[in-house]
Ligand binder design. Structure first.
Ligand code: IPM
Ligand code: MG
Length: 361
């Protein structure tokens, strides 16, 4: 039966980059014979503008019915001042993650050898870098209750959020990390702030318990402040990093930058049954939206992750990754990864080059 993908372009550069990813899906269907089809939906600011909701009910229904979701990006200054936080574009994304129970967020940080120059770190520090950040995505301080802004008796306002994780939430993301490590270099580093926060003391304890089922995988623990430092000092010490929602948000941006450009990194957000939403790690980049200069490679690589993790099409996924590598070999670069002796191309030209490389494989 045909597998259905819901494409959610979103805001900012989202429509431009997903358009290139869709061209890659077309090659997968027409040339590699994958039985796939897709439909589009509105989310984020685009959803709000059209319907008054960042996650229109119709989009949620389509997302539930789809086998996988490909998302561009959400958010932008246009909606930053919306007084009701529940209407902000980001809520559309968070709502999808929560409603679809996409608790397991995989964010690989891989350095393409062709881009070693684009990293702000010395080539010897980052060459060969291959880290997988496993971020818990539907819990922690992002979703904890109670939350809000209240007025105190003295008339002053106070903002508050709740950082909470249950044992079962920690255990299930722990398993994702250990399973992932088994397929890689068999090391998991769990990142916490167990010297201060009870919730991460429990996190650490539960990770130790999970580790007992994986004697072949080495578990270590690191405080988040140290992890942030180690990522720029000696990033190659890491294989799989597992951490909570907010620490993972921050560390994954940091790790992405080690690779030269956040414009290169895809991500997968998976539920218990490997149904997933796939999106580039970068945001909607409103400053370059509509200019045709955004890097579509992270979104194209997100298609590869989609095929690998949700559709079991690892071979085609690998081909897409090879096509991206080939285009980099050809010296084509969008502005974010430009370096000496390379040729600057726009979003569409980059997409077209990947399509050509893919067809030739
Ligand atoms: C991310 C983004 C989101 C997050 C925002 C847009 C809500 O930064 O996917 O990393 O904080 O999770
Ligand atoms: Mg983020």
């Amino acid at each position: 039966m045909s597998k259905k993908i819901l494409v959610l372009p979103g805001d900012g550069i989202g429509p431009e980059i997903t358009a290139e990813a869709v061209k890659v899906l077309e090659v997968c269907r027409d040339q590699f014979g994958l039985d796939i089809s897709w439909d589009e939906g509105l989310v984020g600011g685009a959803g709000f503008d059209a319907t008054g909701e960042p996650l229109p009910p119709e989009t949620l229904d389509k997302a539930k019915a789809a086998d996988a979701i490909l998302l561009g990006a959400v958010g932008g200054p246009k909606w930053d001042k919306l007084p009701d936080i529940s209407k902000r574009p980001e809520r559309g994304l968070l709502g999808l993650r929560k409603e679809l129970k996409l608790f397991g967020n995989l964010r690989p940080a891989i350095l393409y050898p062709q881009l070693a120059d684009a990293s702000s770190l010395k080539p010897e520090v980052v060459s060969g870098l291959d880290i997988m950040i496993v971020r818990e995505l539907t819990g922690g301080i992002y979703f904890g209750q109670p939350r809000g802004i209240r007025e105190l008796e003295n008339g002053e306002r106070e903002g508050f959020n709740t950082y909470v994780y249950s044992e079962s939430e920690i255990r299930r993301i722990g398993k994702v990390a250990f399973e992932m490590a088994r397929k890689r270099n068999k090391k998991v580093c769990s990142v916490d702030k167990a010297n201060v926060l009870e919730v991460t003391m429990l996190w650490k304890e539960v990770m130790e318990e999970v580790a007992k089922d994986y004697p072949d995988v080495e578990l270590s623990h690191m405080y988040v402040d140290n992890a942030a430092m180690q990522l720029v000092r000696a990033p190659k010490q890491f294989d799989v990093i597992v951490t909570g929602n907010m620490f993972g948000d921050i560390l994954s941006d940091e790790a992405a930058m080690l690779t030269g450009s956040i414009g290169m990194l895809p991500s997968a957000s998976l539920d218990e049954n490997a149904k997933g939403m796939y999106e580039p790690c970068h945001g909607s980049a409103p400053d370059i939206a509509g200019l045709g200069v955004a890097n579509p490679l992270a979104t194209i690589l997100s298609v590869a992750m989609l095929l690998r993790y949700s559709f079991g099409e690892g071979e085609v996924a690998t081909k897409i990754e090879q096509a991206v590598s080939k285009v980099l070999d050809q010296g084509l670069r969008t502005a974010d990864i430009l370096s000496a002796d390379t040729r600057k191309v726009g979003t569409q030209e980059m997409g077209a080059a990947v399509v050509e490389a893919l067809k030739a494989l």
